[in-house]
Ligand binder design. Structure first.
Ligand code: NAP
Length: 472
């Protein structure tokens, strides 16, 4: 009894540390410490669980621990920031698989008589949930990983009757789950178990199929949430309170993140999951008209001339800045402009890049002062007063079609109004579209100029012009 109280007290401490850590992750200044505090919570939970579970042999646990540590360290060192969504997809998938295995193992233990649940129907229900949510999360995440890593086409894949087939699979899964929970017959239970496990694995794949392009980060957050719910169900299966709490925290934070992203794109979660957005390439504007105007290239020398005279400058970073790792040179150019008498700001769109806070993290890494980062709603009213807007590898988040073109698939998505600045200088490598695959009228506007090339090298060329003037 005393032992049980002690264990649950340790679990409460661990849960408290998770919640405190999560709260601290919400602010840049405290995020690192928050991560550490949550890690300490997890350490307490793991050690207490290992001591509590009457482990007879630690060999495989140590093997798993060493293998996991080596893989984790290698990933932390080698995976690039731009590949974070792929990495999270893999981690979600493994979390789902772990819950599925816990559910299946408990089912086998009950079947061979090694375990006898106090409430058989409740345990069967928890096993069912751990397996179906874990199964959907596993194959859905693996498919999402393949799309993001470009091992498979990143576009939405649609086929006739997709929603009906997915709906039928959900019904079949629930029916098998009911049979599994109420039937006491061993062979019927085994058949039901095999059916819902198999269907959940297929369903994960087919549910991610019609989602593609810029919607993938939302799917990753949703799968993250599902992996938490699967862990929560696994916690009920093995009666582990801290797993239930941790699963709930992951489940709810994944949903909150998905909602934040959907709101920033002015879309609903249902629209993201079911609409098949981006299934076809959009070569023209959404209403069928071809975008008008011409692309006007500009040289680094001429960009320098424009910037030298500018007094109000705003940088608008996007995914291309992350790809070229241009954040340090951006900061260097910003400092030069300030020395030249300009006021410099950085406009931050909530879904610029490939994950929420992506631009904040990169610019913080380059020591850009936090007060220079201005959120979209605060910068937009100032845009008409900007002499120059420098768009660094951003595309969808500055696409005026989102504000003007009612037929555009991204109509209604809030954007940074780069087009309202007096001069817009767009840094990109060529004619590549953004993640949504849509053309961008911004690049054709009379006040836009294109500085072609990798963003980092382009900015280095502009900086070289500044330096040559200073040394002259
Ligand atoms: P984007 O629309 O994906 O556009 C990135 C642009 O960067 C491309 O047009 C590309 O053009 C350019 N680029 C790529 N590599 C470059 C390099 N090395 N140097 C210079 N330019 C380079 O990016 P975004 O404007 O940041 O928009 C983010 C997209 O992700 C949105 O569609 C958003 O809805 C979606 N999304 C984001 C999140 C999130 O949490 N951040 C969540 C959900 C969805 P070139 O190929 O011509 O160079």
């Amino acid at each position: 009894m005393n032992r049980e109280i002690l264990i649950n007290a340790a679990y409460i401490v661990a849960s408290g540390l998770f919640i405190l850590g999560l709260k601290m992750l919400g602010r840049q200044a405290t995020a690192r410490r928050g991560n550490l505090i949550s890690g300490i919570g997890m350490l307490i939970a793991t050690v207490v669980t290992l001591l509590d579970r009457h482990v007879i042999n630690y060999t495989w646990i140590v093997v798993g621990l060493v293998a996991g540590t080596v893989i984790g360290l290698a990933c932390a060192r080698l995976v690039k920031m731009t590949a974070m969504p792929e990495m999270v997809a893999l981690l979600n998938g493994l979390g789902g698989l772990a819950s599925l295995i816990v559910g299946a193992a408990e089912f086998m233990r009950i079947r061979i008589g090694e375990s006898a649940p106090v409430h058989p129907a409740f345990t069967a229900g928890a096993i069912f949930l751990a397996i179906i949510i874990g199964g959907v999360t596993f194959t859905g995440s693996i498919y999402a990983f393949c799309k993001l890593a470009e091992w498979l086409s990143g576009r939405a894949v649609l086929f006739g009757g997709q929603h009906v087939i997915n709906g039928a699979m959900i019904v079949a899964m629930i029916f098998a789950g009911l049979v599994f929970t109420v039937s006491g017959d061993p062979s019927t239970t085994l058949l039901a178990f095999l059916i819902f496990t198999g269907v959940s694995l297929v369903l994960g794949w087919t549910m991610v199929m019609p989602i593609g392009g810029g919607d993938m980060p939302v799917v990753i957050a949703l799968l993250n949430s599902l992996s938490g719910l699967a862990a929560c169900a696994a916690g009920f299966v093995i009666s582990n309170n801290v797993l239930i709490v941790a699963g709930c925290l992951v489940g709810t934070s994944g949903v909150i993140l998905s909602l934040i992203m959907c709101r920033a794109m002015n879309r609903s979660i249902a629209n993201v999951v079911f609409s098949g957005f981006g299934a076809k390439p959009a070569a023209t504007a959404a209403d069928g008209t071809v975008a008008e105007g011409e692309l006007k290239p500009i040289s680094a020398e001429n960009v320098f001339s424009v910037l030298e005279a500018a007094r109000q400058v705003v940088f608008i970073p996007g995914y291309g800045m992350a790809v070229s790792q241009a954040q340090h040179v951006v900061r260097e150019l910003a400092e030069m402009l300030e020395q030249n008498g300009a006021e410099v700001r950085f406009a931050i769109h909530p879904v610029a890049g490939r994950m929420p806070g992506h631009m904040n993290v990169l610019l913080a890494e380059a020591d850009v002062p936090y007060e220079q980062l201005i959120e979209m709603d605060a910068i937009n009213p100032l845009m008409p007063t900007m002499d120059v807007a420098i768009v660094i590898g951003a595309n969808d988040v500055v696409n005026p079609a989102a504000a003007r073109d009612k037929a555009s698939p991204i109509y209604g998505m809030p954007i940074i109004k780069a087009h309202e600045a007096r001069t817009v200088i767009c840094l990109k490598r060529g004619k590549g579209t953004g993640f949504s695959g849509l053309e961008n009228q911004l690049f054709l506007l009379p006040n836009s100029r294109m500085l072609y090339g990798d963003a980092k090298s382009s900015l280095q060329s502009v900086i070289a012009e500044f330096k040559s003037l200073m040394s002259a």
